[in-house]
Structures are given as C-alpha cells and as structure tokens.
Design a protein around this ligand. Structure first.
Ligand code: COA
Length: 373
C-alpha cells in the first residue's frame, strides 16, 4: 500500500464577473416586462406576477456578492438570460476541456509534474457537456497524459468523491499520478429567470494532483483518509437527460430541465447530515476537532458554513479556520471546497491537519482529511 497525497492544485477563474447589483437589475427588468406582457392574465388571477429580486436579500440569505461567469452578455440581457457559449465543432476542444487544461496546467506546475507523468484523469463535475466520449479522455489527450480517464458526476460532491477514487487507486498501486479536475460551468444549468435561485451559481474550474507521498517533489498534503456518503433526495434536482426527446412536449421550455431546489429543505436536511458525517470521520480517524487547523467547506451558503463550522469546532471558528470564497465566486458546485483549499493552504506547517468537505445534491457528502507532510 502507498500513502496518497495531494501535491498540487490549480484554479481557472473566468475573467468576467456579475455583481449582485447587475444581476438584480436584469432580473427586475425581465420581471417588469413579464408582468407588463401578462398584465391581463395576472389581473384575472391566471398567472402569478413576478416579484422583484433584491441585493440585500441575496447578500443576507447567501453571503454572495458576485460570481464569475464564462459569458455575462447573455446573462445580463433581459431578452436572453443565459450564457451564450459558442458551440464547438468536433475537432476542436470542448469548452469544459478548454478550462480544464488551464486548471490542470496550474496544478501540475504546483506539483512539479509533467502531464506525461499522469496516468489517471478524472473529470468530476455536476454537469457534462456531452455523455460521450468522456470529457476526461479529451482532457487526457489534450494534456498528453497517459493511462486512462473517465467522467463522474456526484453533483456538488463530485470533486471529493473523485479525490477518494483517485486516492484509493494510488493507495492500491493501480495508478501513480492522478488529476481530478472539476470544470463547473454552472451558469449553463441555472435558471437566471427564477428569483429564488438566480443568484446562486458561478463558473470556475479546479484541479488537484494526487500521487504517492514518496514521489512528491515539494510541500504536499498526505490524504489521511476519505469518507463519502449519499442519501437520496429530490430536493435538488435537474431532469434534463437523454430521455427528454422520448416524451411528449420535450421541446417545451420546462423549468425542471435546469437546476431546481427546495432551498429551505436542503438547508434543514443537509446541515445535520454534514455535521454528523464530519464528526464520525474525525472520531474514526482518532483526531479531535481542535487538532484541525482549517475546514475547507463546500461553498453554497455562508449561514450554512457558519453553522457547520460551529458544530464541528464546538465554538465559532476564526475566519482563517473556515475561509469562505463564496462572496467572490458564489456556489461553484463541486469546485467550491477545492477553491478554498487551493487559496488557503500555503500557511500549513508539517503535521498540521485540515478537512475538505463537500455536500449537495444526491444528497451527497464527501470529506477528505489532510495532513501537511
Ligand atoms: N430577492 C428577494 N426576495 C427573495 C428572493 C430574492 N432573490 N428570493 C426569495 N425571496 C423571498 C422569498 O419569496 C421568501 O419570501 P416570503 O417569506 O414572503 O415567502 C423569502 O425571501 C425567503 O425565501 P427562502 O427561499 O425561504 O429564503 P432562504 O432564507 O431559505 O434563502 C437560499 C434561500 C437558497 C439562499 C437558502 O435556502 C439556501 O442557501 N439553501 C441551501 C442551498 C444549497 O446549499 N443548495 C445546494 C445547491 S447545490
């Protein structure tokens, strides 16, 4: 058995941003137009009027201040309200592969590894731009990596579940150097015309390199243990899939073909799941919570993270113990906890420990216990 380690990480951040003020302005323009166009039906009680969104609500309900997106022109056009992303022809890189190359390049540079040394690529993300051939195989080829590659999707827990899969393969010896890459273009599956959730998501891509601790070229984090758990729930759901065309009315603009959630229920049900998951993971690892220098949590909602931090630490954690990035990035699905890890892990001394934890649709929870070597 070999000791797996995270030896490098990288983040691709799209350069376009949408502030809450810009977002609310476009939503309210859309809502006003909708209400004017449907005035008669609204007055007759057949159609519900759209209520305006507000920056104060967004900030206080979520902690989000802005998000990065691949295209803001479409998102901020009240006639469009979704990103406009050029469709790629088959013999050029897909958009997920393109942003993955950037994040993978940064992660490999941090690890001091050449792409040719990689023998596993997992593209772990909550949506993939096509079912096959796997995006991961495209990334493997474009990078010049060897071995094999596959896609996986566990929604917001894709990256941590991918890290567990890669770490287990390194532990057993079936692979030597792995990339887990999470190109999350959440703007594509968000309904920007739904006031309850239009502020939630942003776009990003993260990548981590995993290899044998003994092979590491520089400072790195040993993966002490990982833990994944799932429990079925419809409270975060997206019904878009290949069976769509087999059903009557498939061409209709159906709300359930994009991200839908029961936010309040998610809040209530996921919090106890995550708190007990982390407590169980730490107890089995024989590591008291006060030995953790940092929690790199999934980034969906600030109040949720504050609750989990308090529950795990048994007190209010200091900001540096539980860093948030969602004010700048919003919810980036599985990439959120990895952005936090990537941006806030350089100050670790040998022997210090931290925990990455993701949670979301499924429900799914994944935690990765790390020790600085
Ligand atoms: N602007 C202004 N008001 C809004 C609004 C907006 N954009 N969106 C909703 N509201 C209103 C609602 O209509 C509701 O009004 P009411 O009380 O008169 O009915 C009120 O604000 C509260 O709405 P609610 O949806 O209950 O808000 P919330 O406090 O639960 O916060 C979320 C919403 C989505 C931020 C929160 O539920 C959440 O983060 N949940 C977990 C999300 C999560 O982790 N999802 C995983 C995704 S992968």
């Amino acid at each position: 058995m070999f000791q797996p380690a995270i030896t490098g990480s990288g983040v691709f951040t799209p350069d376009q941003t949408v502030t809450n003020a810009e977002l609310v302005q476009v939503f309210n323009a859309y809502a006003e137009r909708f209400n004017a166009d449907n005035a008669e039906a609204i007055a007759a009680g057949r159609v519900e009027a759209k209520q305006p969104s507000s920056t104060d609500f967004i900030r206080s309900a979520s902690g989000i201040e802005q998000r990065h997106v691949m295209d803001k022109t479409g998102v901020l056009d009240p006639e469009v309200m979704h990103p406009i992303l050029r469709e790629r022809v088959n013999d050029e890189p897909g958009i997920m592969a393109e942003i993955a190359l950037d994040a993978c390049g940064k992660a490999l540079a941090a690890a001091g590894r050449a792409a040719g040394e990689v023998d596993l690529v997992i593209c772990a993300a909550s949506n993939h731009e096509r079912p096959y051939p796997a995006i991961a195989i495209e990334i493997q080829t474009l990078l010049g990596a060897g071995g094999f590659a596959f896609d996986m999707n566990v929604a917001c827990s894709s990256a941590t579940f991918g890290i567990q899969a890669a770490a287990d393969m390194i532990r057993s010896g079936s692979v030597r150097c792995a990339l887990v890459v999470s190109p999350e273009i959440c703007s594509g599956h968000l309904e920007w015309r739904d006031r309850d959730c239009h502020f939630i998501f942003g776009d990003v891509c993260t990548a981590v390199v995993l290899e044998r601790s003994g092979d590491a070229e520089g400072p790195h984090f040993r993966v002490l243990s990982t833990r994944c758990a799932t429990q079925f729930s419809n409270n975060i759901r997206n019904n878009n899939g290949f069976l769509r065309r087999t059903r009557p009315g498939h061409m209709q603009d159906r709300r359930d073909m994009l991200f839908v959630q029961e936010g309040r229920k998610v809040f209530k049900e996921v919090l106890p799941l995550v708190s007990s998951h982390i407590a169980g993971h730490l107890a089995d690892a024989g590591l008291p919570a006060d030995r953790l220098k940092r929690l790199w949590l999934h980034q969906a909602n600030k109040a949720m993270n504050d609750f989990i931090g308090r529950k795990v630490m048994g007190r209010v954690p200091a900001p540096e113990e539980q860093p948030n990035i969602l004010q700048d990035y919003a919810n980036t699905s599985s990439a959120g906890s990895i952005i936090a890890f990537s941006k806030f892990s350089d100050d670790f001394e040998p022997g210090e420990t931290g925990l990455i934890c993701s949670f979301g649709a499924g429900y799914s929870v994944g935690s990765v216990l790390l020790e600085r070597a």
